[in-house]
Design a protein around this ligand. Structure first.
Ligand code: CNA
Length: 245
């Protein structure tokens, strides 16, 4: 990782894109890794807006652990490493596809959640708003198979971007600005297969910056990367050794 550390130290601006892979180190399954959620039957329906409107129980059943069990999970080594880079003044911001809120829990400040977050939920019929904790409480009281519904009868949906929905404009615009302005952009734990987020490192390349990739499986941008590594834990260790806890 020496070349990557050297590039970070010499860079004017460093940006990061994270994906579900960094949270597998905390025990949260990813989508497309060897133990990923997509190995389950009907998993592609869980975050699909048409399926949610047809049958919200598919989402609430599929995410009982992944989203509503999140308080059990704590930030892992990559989350901590990124906090140390930010504190050292060596990280401009993090664009994340993750919906687990672990970057904020770890203490990172500039986080752009390009696929939204479950921190708020809205009723699909009347847009009434509920906080994450209120939905967790409704689910706890309702028991297995319960769907949190508004007084009007509509189901509450998290502000996570489902397939078939537009990305949150402000977060994505900021993530694009980060990618374009970074002379070093580090891609961590993502298969780079969900667009438009997967296009962010391409913006860095088009603007003349360098892209570094750390991911166990190959990605479509590997041939364009300044360097690629497999091991996220080794990345975190190298960063923490360089920039401190
Ligand atoms: P993905 O497509 O599942 O890719 C994850 C990548 O991480 C895979 O290529 C794995 O090989 C790699 N990986 C997993 N563990 C490790 C490890 N320990 N070391 C190195 N590499 C590892 O996930 P993406 O983030 O690319 O896909 C985007 C989706 C996934 C977004 O819409 C997310 O909302 C969604 N997602 C998020 C979470 C979360 O918030 N933690 C969990 C599951 C899915």
């Amino acid at each position: 990782m020496k070349n990557l550390i050297k590039a970070i130290k010499e860079a004017r601006r460093v940006g990061v894109l994270t994906g579900a892979g960094i949270s597998t180190l905390c025990g949260i399954p990813d989508f497309r890794g060897p133990q990923g959620l997509y190995k389950q039957k009907d998993a592609e329906k869980i975050f699909d807006i048409d399926w949610f409107d047809r049958d919200p129980s598919i989402y609430y059943r599929g995410c009982a652990e992944l989203v509503y069990g999140l308080e059990k999970f704590t930030p892992g080594p990559v989350h901590k490493a990124l906090v140390s880079m930010e504190k050292a003044g060596c990280l401009e911001g993090i664009a994340t596809q993750n919906i687990d809120m672990l970057h904020q829990k770890a203490g990172s400040k500039n986080v752009y959640e390009v696929h939204g977050s479950p921190i708020l939920h809205h009723c699909r019929w009347c847009a009434d708003e509920k906080k994450f904790e209120e939905i967790c409480e409704m689910l706890r009281r309702g028991g297995e198979g319960f769907i949190p519904r508004c007084k009007c009868g509509g189901a509450y949906k998290p502000d996570i971007t489902f397939f078939g929905e537009a990305l949150p404009e402000k977060a994505f615009t900021r993530a694009q600005a980060l990618a374009i302005s970074s002379d070093v952009f580090i891609v961590l734990g993502t298969s780079l297969s969900v667009f438009p987020a997967a296009g962010l490192p391409r913006l860095t390349l088009q603007a003349g910056g360098k892209v570094f990739i750390v991911n166990a499986q190959p990605t479509p941008l590997d041939d364009y990367a300044a360097a690629r590594y497999d091991d996220l834990a080794a990345f975190a260790q190298a960063i923490l050794e360089e920039f401190g806890e």
